[in-house]
Design a binder for this molecule. Structure first.
Ligand code: F58
Length: 846
C-alpha cells in the first residue's frame, strides 16, 4: 500500500491545490476517494478487502463523479426550459457499468494508474461486476445504446423501466442441454443505483369505477381499486462520452403500501398479514425471459402497467414543479414507447389527465397523441401483444373504459373515411373480436401516437405493407423508418481497445463520437500493407483472448489461425442456427467421405439463450452440442472443424466475442428479423457478414459494398411468393443429395448415440413444415460459405475487406439513430450551454 488511508492530499501529490475527492480526476484524488470509500462506505481496511470490496469502492468513486455531472445536468434542464425525452422500456440491458463509465468520463487511464499504484489490477475489478441483465436481447440492449447516445448528444433524457430483482437467467450447459440458473445480480449490492424512498407513486389494480359530478358540475369517474402497490424509484446515472453531461435511468421497484395488514396482524394471523406485502413485491421480482410475448400472463400486464403509471406520474410531478398546469405537457416531454410493452401509456396518460387532473377529453387526447410515439420491433404475427379482455377488465377496469371511448372515436373517424367498409373497421378496431376478445396493443399504440417507426428500412416497408397496413393507409404521415444503431463507446472502445487505438492512431479520436463523418477516413488505409498487418495482428490477439475464455468455459481448444465463424444471438427458429448446423454436418460428411478433402479450417462459435419454455430452441442447443461432440472428437476431422457452444451469452461475454469474429452469421429468413444489432457490432469490429437480405443487413450491405458482404438466400418477396405457391420442403430435401444426407444423419441418430427419437421433432418440423425455409436456402448458403472460405485464404484481401467494412459502418452508430429520433419524432434539442458549476440547489429537488 503506497498511500495513507486519508482524505488529505498525500506527500506525493504534485498539485498545488487539493482537488475535491468526490469530483477530482487526478490519479491522487482517485486513490484518496477509493480508499475513503473502502473505509467509510464499505467499512473495510485494505488488508482484508475482497475483490468485491475493491470493485465496490471503485464503483462508488466513479459514481460520485457521475452524480456531480448529473446534478449539473439537471440544473441546466431547469435553467434552459428544455424538452425532455422519456424512453419507456420494459427492458434495459445495460451491461456492466464500470468500464463503460470510465471510458465515457475519460478517466480510464487515470483510474488504471491509481489502482496500479495501490497494487490492484483494474481489469480484474471490471471483471468482478455482475451484469444487470434486465432484458432479453436486442430490444433491451437497443434501449441501453440509446441512453448512451442521448447523454453523449447532450439531449435531456430519462430512461424509465422496471428494476427486476432477477434479470435474464444465467445459462449453463449440462449434457448439452440448456439449464437456467437464477440471476442474482443484486446479491452483492448494486453500487450504481440510488434508492429514492421519497420518490414513490401509488399504482392501483382491480376494483371498479363509479361516476360522479364534481363541484363545477363536470362528469367525473372515480376508480376504486381493489389493490394498491407502491413504486419506489431507483436512479442510476448514465454518462455521455466526453461531455459534461449525465442523464438518468429511473427504474421502479414494487413495494407494499403498508408493511403489514394491521387488521390481520391484530387478529394474530401473522402469515396472511404479510401475504399482501409478498404479493406486491412479487410484481417486479423477475423479468419474463421470453423473446416473444407471453400471452395472457396477468403478472406481465401488472408489470407493464406498474412501470408506465409510475413513469407518467413522475413526469407529471416534474412538469408541475415548473409549470402551473398540463396544457403544455407535450411541449415539454416526448415519450417513446419501446415496442408495445409500455403502450398502456396511451390509456394511462388519458386517465391521469382526465380523471386526476380534470383536463377535458379533447385537450387530453391532443396532449397524449402529441407526446407519444411508438417503435415496433417485430413482424412476427405471433409476437404482437394482445390481452384477453376479461383479464384486462379485471385488472384495469378504468383503462378499458377509456380504451372503449378511444376506440369509439377512432372507428368513427375510419368509418367517415371509408364508409361501408365494415371489414376494415373490424381489422382496425382496438378490440379483436374475431374469436375470444382481446385488446390489441399495437393498435392502441398506433392510434395514440403521432409517430410510428420500424427499426430498419426493410422492416418499416413490411410493417406498412403487412402488420400495420390499414394504419399506414389511414395515417401515412405517422409512419417513418429509423434504422437501429449501436454505441461505438461500448462496442468498439471498451470491447476492442486495441482496434480503437489503432484507428485513432491514423484518423484521430473524433470518430468515437462522430462515427459517420470520421470512420470513412480509414478507407485510405485499406491497401496499406503495414496497416493491414497491424489490423490482422489485433484480430489475432482478440481471437487468442477468446480462445482462452473458450478453454476456460468449455474445455475446448481452438486454433486462432482458423476462421472464427460466429453466430451469437437468441436461439430462435427464424434466426436459423440450425441452417448453420446443416452446413456443418454437410462439411463433416464431406470429410468422412474423403478425409483428405481440402477445407479452410473453421471454428464455429454459437452462443445464445433459449426461452425456457421454447422446446424447439432448446433442442437446437442440444443439437449444436451433440454435433460438436461428434465432430470435435473425430480424428478424421483433424481439427479442421471445431464447434463450440459458448455458454451464457450476454453483454459481458459479447464484448469478448464480437471483436474476435472473422465471419458474422446473420442468416435469418428474409422478412423475419426486424433489424438485428449484433450484425452491426460484428461489422464494426471487422467481421465480414454472411447474411440474407433481412433487417438491417440490407443497409449494411449497401454501405459496405456488395463485394465485401457474403449474400445468399431468398428475398422477403421471394419467400412470400414461394409460400403462396405452396412450399414443399420434402421436394427440396429429396432433390439435394447433401441436404438429404445431412437430415438423414440427424434422424438416424449419428449425433445422439443412435437414438433416432431425440431430434425427431426438429427433423419432422423441417420435413413437414419448414416454416423458415431452411431447405429452400440451403444450397445458396452452402455456396456462399464456400465463397467465404475461399476469401479467407487470402489474408491480405480479407483484411482489406475487413478494414473497408469498418470504414463504411459509420451509419450504424446509435448517435445517428438518436439524431433522427430527435429531429423527426421528438423535437428534442441538445442542451445549449456547456454546464457550469452554478447553484445546484434546484437540482436537488429532482
Ligand atoms: C428485437 N426484438 C428484434 N424483442 O428481434 C431485432 O431484430 C431488433 O434488432 C431489436 O429488437 C432492436 O430493435 C426483441 O429483442 C424482445 O426481446 C421482446 C422482449 C419482450 C417480449 C417480446 C420480445
Amino acid at each position: 500500500m503506497k498511500t495513507k488511508m486519508t482524505g488529505k492530499v498525500t506527500e506525493r501529490s504534485t498539485k498545488p491545490c487539493v482537488e475535491d475527492d468526490r469530483t477530482g480526476i487526478s490519479v491522487e484524488s482517485i486513490k484518496r476517494a477509493f480508499l475513503d470509500h473502502l473505509c467509510y462506505t464499505l467499512g473495510r481496511f485494505p488488508a482484508v478487502a475482497t475483490r468485491n470490496d475493491l470493485y465496490m469502492a471503485l464503483a462508488y468513486t466513479v459514481r460520485d463523479r457521475l452524480l456531480h455531472r448529473w446534478m449539473k445536468t439537471v440544473e441546466s434542464y431547469l435553467r434552459e426550459d428544455v424538452k425532455v425525452v422519456s424512453y419507456l422500456s420494459a427492458e434495459f440491458l445495460m451491461g456492466p457499468q464500470l468500464g463503460n463509465n470510465l471510458i465515457n468520463l475519460g478517466i480510464y487511464h487515470q483510474v488504471e494508474q491509481a489502482m496500479k499504484e495501490l497494487g490492484h489490477e483494474l481489469n480484474k475489478m471490471i471483471a468482478q461486476e455482475e451484469e444487470p441483465g434486465l432484458g432479453n436481447g436486442g430490444l433491451g440492449r437497443l434501449a441501453a445504446c440509446y441512453l448512451d447516445s442521448l447523454a453523449t448528444l447532450r439531449i435531456p433524457a430519462i430512461g424509465y423501466g422496471i428494476r427486476y430483482e432477477f434479470g435474464i437467467f444465467d445459462q449453463e450447459i449440462r449434457d448439452g442441454w440448456q439449464v437456467e440458473v437464477t440471476d442474482k445480480w443484486l446479491h452483492l449490492g448494486n453500487p450504481w443505483e440510488i434508492r429514492r424512498p421519497e420518490i414513490t407513486f401509488q399504482v392501483n389494480f382491480g376494483g371498479h369505477t363509479e361516476t360522479l359530478c364534481d363541484g363545477s358540475g363536470r362528469y367525473r369517474v372515480r376508480w376504486l381499486p381493489e389493490r394498491v402497490v407502491r413504486g419506489v424509484a431507483y436512479d442510476s446515472p448514465v454518462a455521455g462520452y466526453a461531455v459534461n453531461q449525465a442523464n438518468m435511468l429511473r427504474l421502479f421497484s414494487a413495494e407494499a403500501c403498508e408493511s403489514f395488514d394491521f387488521q390481520a396482524f391484530n387478529q394474530g394471523d401473522y402469515y396472511s398479514a404479510i401475504d399482501e406485502k409478498v404479493a406486491s413485491e412479487n410484481l417486479t421480482k423477475v423479468l419474463y425471459p421470453n423473446d416473444e410475448p407471453v400471452q395472457g400472463k396477468r403478472l406481465r400486464l401488472e408489470q407493464q402497467y406498474f412501470f408506465v403509471s409510475c413513469s407518467l406520474q413522475d413526469m407529471i410531478r416534474l412538469h408541475l414543479l415548473q409549470w402551473q398546469n398540463l396544457k403544455n405537457f407535450h411541449e415539454q416531454y416526448a415519450i417513446q414507447l419501446n415496442d408495445t410493452h409500455p403502450s398502456i401509456a396511451v390509456a394511462e396518460l388519458m386517465r391521469l389527465l382526465v380523471d386526476e387532473h380534470a383536463v377535458d377529453w379533447d385537450m387530453a387526447w391532443h396532449i397524449t397523441t402529441n407526446t407519444l410515439a411508438y417503435t415496433n420491433h417485430t413482424l412476427l404475427p405471433e409476437a404482437l401483444e394482445k390481452w384477453p379482455l376479461e383479464l384486462f377488465a379485471s385488472l384495469l377496469p378504468r383503462h378499458l373504459e377509456i380504451i372503449y371511448e378511444i376506440n369509439r372515436r377512432h372507428l368513427e373517424t375510419i368509418a367517415a373515411l371509408h364508409p361501408g367498409d365494415s371489414r376494415m373497421l373490424a381489422r382496425m378496431s382496438l378490440i379483436d373480436e374475431t374469436g375470444e376478445r382481446y385488446v390489441r396493443m399495437a393498435h392502441l399504440a398506433s392510434v395514440g401516437s403521432h409517430a410510428i417507426n420500424g427499426v430498419a428500412a426493410l422492416h418499416t416497408d413490411l410493417l406498412k405493407k403487412d402488420v400495420l397496413r390499414d394504419f399506414s393507409r389511414v395515417f401515412p404521415e405517422r409512419f417513418l423508418n429509423v434504422t437501429n444503431g449501436v454505441t461505438p463507446r461500448r462496442w468498439m472502445v471498451l470491447a476492442n481497445p486495441k482496434l480503437a487505438a489503432l484507428i485513432s492512431s491514423r484518423i484521430g479520436g473524433r470518430w468515437i463520437s462522430h462515427l459517420e463523418e470520421e470512420l470513412t477516413k480509414l478507407e485510405d488505409f485499406a491497401d496499406d500493407r503495414e496497416f493491414q498487418q497491424e489490423w490482422h495482428s489485433i484480430k489475432q490477439d482478440n481471437k487468442l483472448q477468446l480462445a482462452r475464455m473458450i478453454k476456460a468455459r468449455t474445455g475446448n481448444t481452438v486454433d486462432i489461425e482458423s476462421l472464427f465463424d460466429v453466430q451469437v444471438k437468441r436461439i430462435h427458429e427464424y434466426k436459423r442456427q440450425h441452417l448453420n448446423l446443416l452446413y456443418l454436418i454437410t462439411l463433416y460428411n464431406r470429410i468422412k467421405e474423403n478425409p483428405k478433402t481440402a477445407i479452410t479450417p473453421r471454428t464455429i462459435i454459437f452462443g445464445g439463450k433459449a426461452a425456457p419454455g421454447y422446446f424447439m430452441a432448446k433442442l437446437i442447443i442440444k443439437l449444436i452440442n451433440s454435433v460438436a461432440e461428434v465432430v470435435n472428437n473425430d480424428p478424421d476431422v483433424a481439427g479442421r472443424i471445431r464447434i463450440v457452444f459458448f455458454p451464457d451469452f450476454n453483454v459481458k461475454t459479447g464484448q469478448w466475442i464480437y471483436p474476435a469474429a472473422d465471419l458474422s452469421e446473420q442468416i435469418s429468413t428474409a422478412g423475419k428479423e426486424a433489424s438485428g444489432t449484433g450484425n452491426m457490432k460484428f461489422a464494426l469490429n471487422g467481421a465480414l457478414t454472411i447474411g440474407t437480405l433481412d433487417g438491417a443487413n440490407v443497409e449494411i450491405r449497401e454501405e459496405v459494398g456488395a463485394e465485401n458482404f457474403f449474400l445468399f438466400g431468398l428475398t422477403a418477396e421471394e419467400v412470400n411468393d414461394l409460400k403462396a405457391r405452396g412450399y414443399n420442403p420434402r421436394d427440396y430435401c429429396n432433390g439435394n443429395e447433401s441436404l438429404r444426407r445431412a437430415i438423414d444423419c440427424i434422424s438416424s441418430g449419428c449425433f445422439s448415440r443412435g437414438d433416432a427419437n431425440l431430434f425427431r421433432p426438429l427433423v419432422d418440423s423441417l420435413l413437414y413444415h419448414d416454416n423458415y425455409l431452411l431447405f429452400a436456402d440451403y444450397q445458396s448458403y452452402l455456396d456462399c460459405q464456400e465463397r467465404a472460405a475461399a476469401a479467407f485464404r487470402d489474408r491480405s484481401q480479407w483484411t482489406r475487406k475487413s478494414i473497408l467494412n469498418v470504414a463504411r459502418m459509420g451509419k450504424f452508430s446509435s448517435d445517428r439513430s438518436i439524431r433522427e429520433y430527435c429531429s423527426r419524432i421528438w423535437g428534442a434539442k441538445p442542451l445549449a450551454d456547456q454546464i457550469d458549476d452554478a447553484d445546484l440547489s434546484a437540482a436537488a429537488r429532482l
